[in-house]
Design a protein around this ligand. Structure first.
Ligand code: AMP
Length: 637
């Protein structure tokens, strides 16, 4: 079934309507004070206390005339996004005959269309499944099928890509039209008709807060470890718990201007940069992707109005490495360097790094460039953000470690003895307030935020030692528990008594950590099959199965080889069929039909024999031992 032409016209019209898009000449996230209806806040907080969840789109009612997002097409208020999503939600409801709790896969670029579609899905009570154009058609097909998507939504630019897949899978496709004119039409921030309209829509847009408190919000796909990628089910409750924890720990506020350059099919981009910022009433500056010189120009705010200048950035270490490398070529002179340093130090209140280890050299280099100490944190698709260095005092942000559990997170180090896990130490941080506080978000017009300046919003954890260690160091597998930890994958067997969870409900992360002196240090994946490259997690098994389709390949092992800039790089050790030849270019051309560019091997080593154990399994430790050095020295692409 396909969406009707009428529906397409409705969406086109919807995007053309001058709904709630602010004239930014008059609107400033730092100067405009919302006259927030405190009755709304009280009513929302009452629902939260009773176990309800205020979905992110509904929080827009608290700050309708503020600028929510600025992308390459224009500037949007919270009211503008809400209005657009609300109109689109009617079309979604028509497509699904009013049904809710269905999965809807969607593909949009990193701009306002992503937020509009996501909010529209939530308004109809359905489950958002963000896709990325980085993935080739085969993978997109897998996500649409595995998530049992009842509907696929995309912007016009992706129609050619998705139409054949949706036809093949017999799924309806809804195209949202993009019109550059639309984004040029800007609403006046203080339009008197905006707010009553927003308050009215409190009752008629979306389900009740109590309903959201029990339901699923989105699926975030893992990169696939021993099997195909799995959809982690994120409930609205997990999402709001995480948002409250991040707000308390990193002190988000409506005064923030967040530079967003991360992919949106991953939890880092979805949570830290997008949803936590929108829930605070902040302004997001969204770029279509990470491009170093564009990021530099936004960070320095050259030619920007005061209120649009970036104050928060979330990135992976590879991004900071790229920025640092370009800094050396672009800002060589002493005076320029001084300008860069003083500008960044004065403007940026928070720069976060994570997803792969942050090398010490990079941490130091960035401090030298910007005068800022990067805040490193640890997270996963299954748990969101779990461990973090402190926001304050800045000097306690420690190089090479990821700090302590975020509010509401319990972290345990355990060792395995004969298949059983023995806990060594448990570190549990109490949950913070989940109430919406206008004071803390800087929405009461006061200049100073009400977050506790010493960071006491994020309470000290309770530490329980199960097995004393003589040197105070506890090393083992990291287990996590708490209201922001997931409980199930989509369409998979229950996780109780599975290899992912202990019988008493702790999630086994598969990461090895050391806890010492009040801080956690990540030692890496316990398994060797997950390769972390440029912030992505690549499944070696998935790459191997694509390479094995090459007619010249007899056998293959894919490994991660350490790399200063990318964390690791994907490397292939290949045994060829008799007399066959293979270059890295040919291999990439073929495998690129199945894999995303970041999954393709950057190094290739042809060998005569592949070490396998008696059961025929690849012995990767042995392969690394024998070939690792050659791979490090070999040329890469
Ligand atoms: P993903 O689910 O794609 O976010 O990947 C989660 C994995 O990334 C974790 O299991 C860790 O192995 C790794 N990871 C995340 N943050 C860090 C960090 N700060 N340092 C080292 N590894 C990290």
């Amino acid at each position: 079934m396909e969406i009707s032409y009428r529906s397409i016209r409705i969406i086109t019209r919807l995007l053309r309507k001058p709904f709630g898009i602010v004239h930014y000449k008059y609107a400033s996230n730092s100067t405009v004070k919302e006259e927030v209806n405190t009755e709304i806040v009280t009513s929302l907080n009452k629902d939260i206390k009773a176990g309800g969840v205020v979905p992110v789109f509904r929080r827009a009612l608290l700050f309708p005339t503020r600028i929510a997002l600025q992308d390459e097409f224009g500037i949007y208020t919270y009211a503008g996004l809400h209005q657009a999503a609300s109109t689109l939600s009617k079309d979604i409801a028509a497509q699904l005959l009013g049904e809710s709790e269905r999965t809807i896969a969607y593909l949009c670029s990193n701009d306002a269309s992503h937020v509009i579609v996501q909010w529209a899905i939530w308004m109809t009570g359905n489950i958002a499944v963000p896709l990325t154009s980085l993935h080739p058609p085969e993978m997109l097909k897998y996500y649409i099928a595995d998530s049992s998507a009842s509907l696929v939504i995309c912007t016009q630019e992706y129609e050619d890509l998705l139409r054949p897949l949706t036809v093949e899978l017999s799924r309806p496709l809804l195209i949202t039209s993009r019109d550059n004119e639309v984004t040029a039409q800007l609403y006046q921030p203080n339009s008197s008709f905006l707010k009553p309209k927003m308050e009215e829509s409190l009752s008629d847009t979306g389900k009740s807060n109590m309903w959201y408190g029990m339901k699923d919000a989105m699926l975030i796909y893992t990169s696939g470890t021993t099997s195909k990628p799995k959809g982690v089910v994120w409930t609205h409750s997990m999402l709001s718990t995480q948002i409250a924890a991040l707000h308390a720990a990193w002190q988000y506020s409506a005064n923030d201007v967040v530079l967003h350059t991360l992919p949106l099919h991953h939890i880092h981009g979805q949570l830290n940069s997008l949803n936590a910022s929108l829930a605070a009433g902040a302004r997001i500056r969204m770029l279509p992707s990470f491009v170093s010189h564009a990021v530099w120009s936004r960070l320095l705010g050259m030619g920007e109005r005061e209120e649009a200048r970036v104050s928060v950035f979330h990135g992976v270490p590879a991004m900071y490495a790229r920025l640092a490398a370009d800094y050396d070529t672009m800002f060589a002179g002493a005076r320029t360097a001084q300008y860069v340093r003083s500008t960044l130090a004065a403007r940026l209140r928070l720069m976060c790094a994570g997803s792969t280890p942050l090398p010490e050299t990079l941490f130091r280099k960035w401090e030298e460039i910007s005068g800022l100490r990067l805040l490193e944190r640890y997270g996963m698709s299954e748990v969101g953000m779990a461990l973090s260095n402190p926001y304050r005092p800045v000097q306690q942000r420690c190089v090479g470690c990821v700090g302590r559990p975020l509010p509401g997170v319990g972290a345990r180090v355990a060792t395995s003895n004969d298949d059983t896990l023995a806990p060594l130490i448990t570190v549990e941080t109490p949950m913070c307030d989940t109430d919406i506080s206008l004071e803390k978000l800087g929405l009461t017009g006061k200049k100073e935020l009400s977050w506790d300046a010493d960071g006491n919003e994020w309470k000290q954890p309770k530490v329980t030692v199960h097995k004393e260690s003589e040197d105070g160091e506890y090393q083992g597998e990291l287990l996590l528990k708490g209201p922001s930890v997931f409980t199930r994958y989509w369409n998979r067997m229950s996780l109780l008594n599975s290899s992912e969870f202990t019988s008493d409900g702790w999630f086994r992360t598969g990461d090895t950590v050391v806890y010492h002196d009040g801080r956690f240090k990540i030692q890496g994946r316990t398994s060797v099959d997950i390769i972390k490259t440029s912030g992505y997690k690549v499944s070696a098994l998935q790459v191997e199965s694509a390479i094995l389709e090459h007619p010249s390949v007899a056998d293959v092992a894919v490994l991660g080889i350490k790399h200063d800039t990318y964390g690791e790089i994907v490397s292939a050790v290949v045994v060829l069929k008799d007399k066959a030849k293979l270059t890295l270019r040919e291999l990439k051309d073929m495998a690129g039909k199945k894999l995303a560019p970041y999954q393709l091997p950057r190094k290739l080593l042809i060998v005569d024999q592949m070490p396998r154990n008696a059961m025929g399994k690849l012995d990767k430790k042995e392969i690394k031992k024998i070939y690792g050095e050659k791979l490090v020295r070999g040329k890469s692409s």
